[in-house]
Design a protein around this ligand. Structure first.
Ligand code: BT5
Length: 305
């Protein structure tokens, strides 16, 4: 898709090399509109962007909000804009995603009524610290949901739960070259205003929506602005290297720490034990049945008790 976009752009700007094009910054609304048209997307302000901006207390997150009716994945669209120099804090939102992405190639169901958004970030950080942005985003989602009255908790590494059911997931994708983080896309999905029975049957028991939990409909404009306000605060902590403050909130809202868990690792190994904490890199510390302490960097966590 990126190649196609470069080709489309070079048709209009024949005298520019690919390198020039890559370095070209998206400067104005017209340029963004042209690019959106070129890649065959249809912008659609299905929510009132002005209203969202009215409620924003941020200084850079959400300065630019690109809204679509339908995209494959807001992370993919955000990546395209990041490649073309969109500023840090640009937010991509879509009413529906046709190929919503979870981690490790898993699918994320994204019907209308959910909140599907991605934020472009350009942190001045080293690759090993990028996973902390996922934890920061989790803190921002959980705080937002608690502020609107939901008893939200965080399951390591990136699930937000209400009553032990998943209501939100986070997918962080970093673009790293030669050990430099060029940009990071934080994708957040929140199951908001839809009935759970429209999800595939196997997800209906393990997932929930805000509508279902709060017995009321939360307007999307309110949810987005509250989330973006929280997100900027916690991301600023990350940028100021105040990781302890992020981890303090994460640990306070964690549903994993103190539980007996099973961790399914990507290579198929199953680890079992008590989750006794996370360290300052976001790594889970597991006390195995034989008393050994094990650091777990990634995996699928199942809370047993
Ligand atoms: C995640 O992956 O939880 C990350 C989800 C990130 C979604 C956002 S939406 C905006 C942005 N654009 C994207 O394309 N993605 C991001 P993971 O931990 O791998 O969980 C995926 C699993 O959650 C699936 O295998 C299902 O079991 C379950 N699942 C799928 N859709 C769900 C939904 N809408 N609500 C709750 N659970 C779901």
């Amino acid at each position: 898709m990126k190649k196609k976009m470069l080709e489309l752009l070079s048709k209009n700007k024949k005298d520019m090399s690919e390198k020039d094009l890559k370095e070209m910054l998206i400067k104005d609304e017209k340029e963004i509109t042209d690019i959106i048209k070129d890649i065959g997307l249809e912008r659609n302000e299905y929510m009132d962007v002005a209203k969202i901006k009215n409620f924003l207390k941020t200084s850079y997150i959400g300065n630019e909000i690109l809204m679509f009716k339908e995209v494959e994945s807001t992370n993919t669209v955000a990546e395209l804009f990041a490649e073309f120099g969109s500023d840090e804090g640009t937010v991509v939102i879509s009413e529906i995603q046709t190929k919503g992405k979870g981690r490790l190639g898993r699918k994320w169901e994204s019907p209308a009524g959910g909140l599907w958004l991605s934020i472009i970030l350009k942190p001045d950080t080293i690759p090993s610290k990028a996973p902390l942005i996922t934890l920061a985003a989790g803190v921002a989602v959980a705080k937002t949901l608690r502020n609107i009255g939901a008893d939200a908790g965080i399951k390591w590494p990136n699930d937000i739960l209400i009553n032990d059911k998943k209501v939100s997931g986070i997918l962080t994708e970093a673009n790293i070259k030669s050990n430099i983080v060029n940009y990071v896309i934080v994708g957040v999905g929140i199951d908001n205003n839809f009935n759970i029975d429209i999800l595939p049957e196997e997800l209906q028991k393990t997932s929930t929506t805000l509508k279902n939990e709060l017995k009321t409909e939360i307007t999307e404009t309110k949810l987005i602005s509250k989330f973006l306000n929280e997100f900027e605060k916690v991301y600023d902590l990350f940028k100021d290297e105040k990781i302890d403050e992020i981890l303090y909130d994460w640990r306070k809202m964690s549903r994993t720490i103190g539980s007996y868990v099973e961790i399914k690792q990507t290579h198929g190994k199953l680890l079992k034990g008590y989750a006794i904490g996370i360290n300052n890199e976001g790594t889970l510390i597991l006390e195995e049945n034989n008393g050994n302490l094990k650091k777990v960097i990634s995996g699928e966590c199942i809370i047993k008790k």
